[in-house]
Design a protein around this ligand. Structure first.
Ligand code: 4AD
Ligand code: MG
Length: 464
């Protein structure tokens, strides 16, 4: 293991002295008088400049093999650098070639590969400056998620990945089975899942919410942070088939408390990243696809209250706008990306909550309002992206919940345990789900969700 990571230089936690360091070569410039290698260990945006005297023992034989992408270990003196833009450089006293990277075939030769190209070489993507920065931010954000909830007394719950219950009731499920697809057991002409591994149909979970509710009904404040799976065939820049979701759930909490929690959560995450990932964010925000001033915008979002629009109000605003929408605006419709974008980008010009959606377009578990037509739903929409949080106050009344499960044609027997929670010490309670990748897109300015998750899963793509 090397003596320190390059992030320590960024954080001013390194003193001049003698060190042994390892990493991958970004560039190697050779000249008669002195050679330079830019070395990266992936821990920081900036690499370290290595300075090599050409007469260094053994260097002339190794030099042709020290190419972009090769791995080396060097020992030398870390000294203050006379060059601009870098605090230190390493005067190398010995160099060892650890792993070659044939320049004829190493794909990351030139700078400035497109993100599309990088998606085709997922196994080498972490070597790119852009993706390195994204994944360091992702790692820090995961820590901040846990910190936020743990500091507030939430219990982290590991919800199951395999389940027989469809949380969203939307049917976009990946099946889990050990039956032989060529010759499954049959009963009355249909596949007999009673013979399957779990004795019933089983799926990858679309959400850990129902299980988080179970824990909130005993421990008051719970949250999950786990991968979730959707078999929707949506090939868009903001959908994945496997994505991570953070789902807090709180007993004795209404929609107002839920909106406040969501706002505080987003604000906390932004501030944490601004403090701990400043160099990575600055680097990403300078990319040409990012509108200048993103950091200022994020920091102002972290400090401000969010606008709240009733769904019915939002529909009126959309109807009154002069914009031509592809999906015509009408009370009762689900808001499409174009509508969400109009409300955030053009009307509010910032993040907002839309609340009280028609019951027909939202999941069965949302609490019915007294008007009998709308539910206590809340979506948080942000500029350029639209929805990043979906949540609600939950239906805590047994009879109303049972009616809704029946009205949506869901198999009642799958939800007996969920209904039980409404029989014994039922409480008003609320929660939401933040799409982790959507949030990361929001703070990094990355344009495609496939570039903020290490191994994106989407139609046709499950390799690596
Ligand atoms: O709005 P959704 O479907 O809500 C739920 O799953 C609830 N059970 C959450 C809860 O109340 N506990 O999804 C929540 C969020 C969305 O706002 C979005 O950010 C993200 O998850 N999301 C996706 N992210 C990437 N790819 C997809 N296919 C996504 N579907 C939802
Ligand atoms: Mg939603």
């Amino acid at each position: 293991m090397q003596d320190f990571s390059f992030k320590d230089i960024e954080n001013d936690r390194v003193q001049p002295g003698q060190y042994t360091l390892s990493g991958w070569v970004k560039t190697h410039r050779q000249s008669k008088n002195v050679s330079f290698i830019e070395l990266s260990d992936g821990s920081a945006v900036k690499g370290l400049q290595l300075v090599i005297e050409p007469n260094l023992q053994g260097y002339s034989e190794l030099a042709p093999k020290i190419t972009t992408g090769s791995a080396i270990t060097v020992t030398g003196e870390l000294v203050e650098s006379p060059a601009r833009g870098q605090k230190y450089e390493l005067k190398v006293s010995s160099v060892e070639l650890v792993g070659e990277a044939n320049p004829e075939s190493y794909p990351l030769q030139k700078k400035g590969h497109t993100l599309e190209f990088l998606r085709e070489i997922l196994h080498l993507r972490p070597r790119s400056n852009t993706l390195g920065a994204v994944f360091r931010i992702r790692s820090r954000a995961a820590l901040a998620v846990h910190q936020f909830f743990q500091d507030r007394g939430f219990v982290h719950v590991h919800a199951p990945i395999i389940t027989a219950s469809d949380c969203e009731g939307a049917g976009a499920l990946f099946r889990v089975t050990t039956l032989d697809p060529a010759n499954p057991p049959r009963k009355e002409g249909k596949v007999d899942f009673g013979e399957d591994f779990f004795g019933c149909e089983a799926f990858l979970s679309v959400s850990g919410q129902l299980q988080a509710e179970v824990f909130a009904q005993g421990l008051t404040k719970a949250y999950t942070f786990a991968p979730t799976f959707r078999a929707e065939n949506s090939n868009t820049a903001r959908h994945l088939a496997e994505f991570w979701m953070i789902e807090p759930e709180v007993a004795f909490c209404d929609l107002e408390g839920n909106m406040k929690l969501g706002r505080e959560f987003i604000s906390y995450l932004i501030k944490d990243l601004a403090e701990n990932c400043a160099a990575d964010l600055e680097f990403l925000h300078k990319r040409d696809w990012v509108k200048p001033g993103l950091m200022e915008t994020l920091l102002s979002v972290a400090e401000s209250d969010f606008a709240v629009l009733d769904y019915s109000e939002a529909i009126k605003i959309l109807e009154k706008s002069s914009k031509k929408f592809e999906f015509p605006v009408k009370w009762g419709m689900d808001l499409q990306a174009e509508h969400e974008r109009y409300l955030t980008d053009q009307y509010i010009k910032g993040p907002l909550y839309v609340i009280n959606y028609p019951k027909e377009i939202k999941a069965f578990y949302m609490r019915l309002n007294d008007d009998g037509k709308t539910v206590r739903a809340m979506d948080m929409l942000v500029p350029k992206l639209g929805e990043i949080i979906g949540g609600s106050q939950r239906e805590e009344r047994y009879d109303v919940l049972l009616d809704k499960i029946r009205a949506q044609g869901l198999p009642e027997e799958h939800y007996d345990w969920y209904l039980d929670l409404r029989k014994y010490g039922s409480t008003p309670h609320s929660g939401f789900g933040l799409g982790f990748e959507r949030f990361l897109m929001y703070v990094t300015g990355m344009q495609n969700i496939r570039d903020v998750i290490p191994f994106p899963r989407y139609p046709g793509h499950a390799r690596g």
